[in-house]
Every structure is written in C-alpha cells, then in structure tokens.
Design a protein around this ligand. Structure first.
Ligand code: NAG
Ligand code: NAG
Ligand code: NAG
Length: 252
C-alpha cells in the first residue's frame, strides 16, 4: 500500500518534469523564430540602405487612368509606356502608381536605382499635343570615403588622398586642422570608368598636425571627410615622463 503510493507520486513528478521540458523547448523555438525574424529585418534594412528607389514626378490636371502616357530617357529609348490600364516597362523595374492615376499622377518609380540610371527623363502625353513635357534631370550618386596614404618626400611628407568609384565627380581638397585649404602639388588626377570617377589629390606638408581630405558632391548634397595625423621627421616629439615617488622617502 505504502509502496504503491510512492510510485504514484514519482509518476506525477515525472509528468511534471516532461511538461517543463516541453514548455522550455517551446520557448526555445519561439526565441529562435524571433531571432530569425530579427535577422530578416536587418537584411531588409541593409538592402534598403544599399538600394534606393527614386520617383520621377509627373502630374497633370486630369485623370490619366484612361489615357496614354510614356516615359523616355533622353538619347535612349522608351523606358515605360502606359495605355488604358496596361503597361510595359522596357528597361528594368519601373512602375507607375495605380491608385494615383485617377488624380492625374503619372509619376513612376525606378526600383533600386543605379548610377547608370542617371540622365534626363521626359514624361509624355502623345494624345495631348499642347501639353508641356515634364523634364527630369536625375542624378543617382555613389559616395565613397576618401582614403589617405602618407609617403616620404624630399621636402616633407606627401599626403595622397584617393576617392575611388564615386559619382557624380567629387570635388576633392586637403584641409589643415584650422580648416584652411592646402595648395595641392598638382591638378587632381581624374579618371572615369564604368560611370564612376576616381580622383587622386596630392599635397606636401612640412608641419606636424591633423590634416583631412574632403570629398564633396554638390549634385547629391554629399560631403565626406577622412582625417589623419602627420608627424614630420626631424621634429621628433619628446614626451617627458616624470616619475613621482609617493610616500615618505626611505631613510637609508
Ligand atoms: C504621385 O504619387 C507618388 C507616389 O505615391 C508620390 O510620391 C507623389 O508625391 C505624387 N505626386 C503628386 C503631385 O501628388
Ligand atoms: C540633362 O539636361 C541638362 C539640361 O538640359 C544638361 O545640362 C545635363 O547635362 C543633362 N544630363 C545628362 C546626364 O545628360
Ligand atoms: C561617407 O561615405 C560613406 C560611404 O558612402 C557613408 O557610409 C558615410 O555615411 C559618409 N559619411 C558622411 C558624413 O556623409
């Protein structure tokens, strides 16, 4: 009788333990799911940061739902054609805004715009000859950090600043710690390939101090700066370290 009771209790305890394990497994699953969701969100954010959509605006004072309109990239072919509910996007992911057509909004969006999408676009209404064409000058930029390298020169230290793969062409200059523009050694070396600019600007300094290279792209309202500290040779900085003895001197 006594023994049986004991067994019952044990069984009850066991069931409880199994329950506990199950619930903790469930929690682990939930946690993993949450982590996965977080990871996906982060990836999405990264994609959004890497690629930007651009809207080419075009509006008219009448409904365009039953109209014909097309978008052209100047000196290229058509990129988008809309006619009474059907559309063709000839070049890449270009879309109109279905819900906005009624209010005369014939804007289109270029998804994940690239530097190569830069150019002049026109919005046309062929059935409305007196309509003025909308003209958009689109610049899709690529910004880069300036990269600085130091080289020994006979008359000081040569500072070389490189801004690679930028668009539009960045204006590059050297500044000292007070913000004064330094004279470059020569005109900037500019090369262009694959719709991107590489700019190299050199200057020679003789004084130790902070120097920074700044790249500005006015068209896309972007400015970026990298700073370096130059220690010129010959003027070796000596840091004196004084050792202070704390406590009473030892009487010998
Ligand atoms: C047209 O629609 C787009 C997308 O909703 C919007 O960004 C834009 O501001 C609209 N333009 C006008 C003039 O309402
Ligand atoms: C777009 O047109 C403007 C003025 O018409 C011109 O200055 C600019 O260079 C053109 N842009 C491109 C990328 O062709
Ligand atoms: C400098 O350029 C880098 C690379 O494009 C960018 O991530 C960063 O935000 C820019 N910094 C500033 C201050 O604009």
């Amino acid at each position: 009788m006594f023994g049986r009771n004991e067994k019952n209790t044990q069984t009850a305890v066991k069931v409880f333990v199994v329950d506990e394990i199950f619930s903790s497994k469930y929690e682990v699953c939930l946690l993993l799911l949450l982590l996965l969701l977080l990871l996906l969100l982060l990836l999405l954010l990264l994609l959004l940061l890497l690629y930007e959509d651009v809207v080419l605006p075009c509006s008219v004072p009448f409904s365009v739902t039953d109209q014909l309109f097309d978008w052209k990239k100047v000196s290229h072919s058509d990129i988008f054609h809309y006619q009474k509910g059907t559309y063709n996007n000839f070049r890449g992911p270009v879309f109109h805004f279905e819900d906005e057509l009624e209010s005369g909004n014939a804007s289109v969006v270029i998804r994940k715009a690239q530097v190569t999408d830069s150019g002049n676009y026109t919005c046309n209404f062929p059935n409305h000859p007196p309509m003025e064409k909308a003209h958009i000058d689109l610049t899709v930029g690529a910004a880069r950090w300036p990269v600085i390298s130091l080289h020994k020169a006979t008359n000081g230290i040569l500072l070389k600043c490189r801004v690679l793969g930028a668009f539009p062409k960045p204006e590059v200059r050297w500044l000292d710690s007070s913000g004064n523009v330094l004279l470059p050694d020569e005109d900037p070396q500019v090369s262009y390939r694959d719709h991107h600019y590489d700019v190299v600007l050199k200057t020679t300094v003789t004084e130790s101090g902070h120097y920074s290279c700044e790249a500005t792209q006015r068209e896309i309202h972007h400015r970026n700066q990298t700073e370096t500290y130059v220690l010129t040779p010959g003027k070796v900085q000596i840091t004196r370290i004084k050792l202070k003895v704390l406590g009473p001197n030892l009487a010998l």
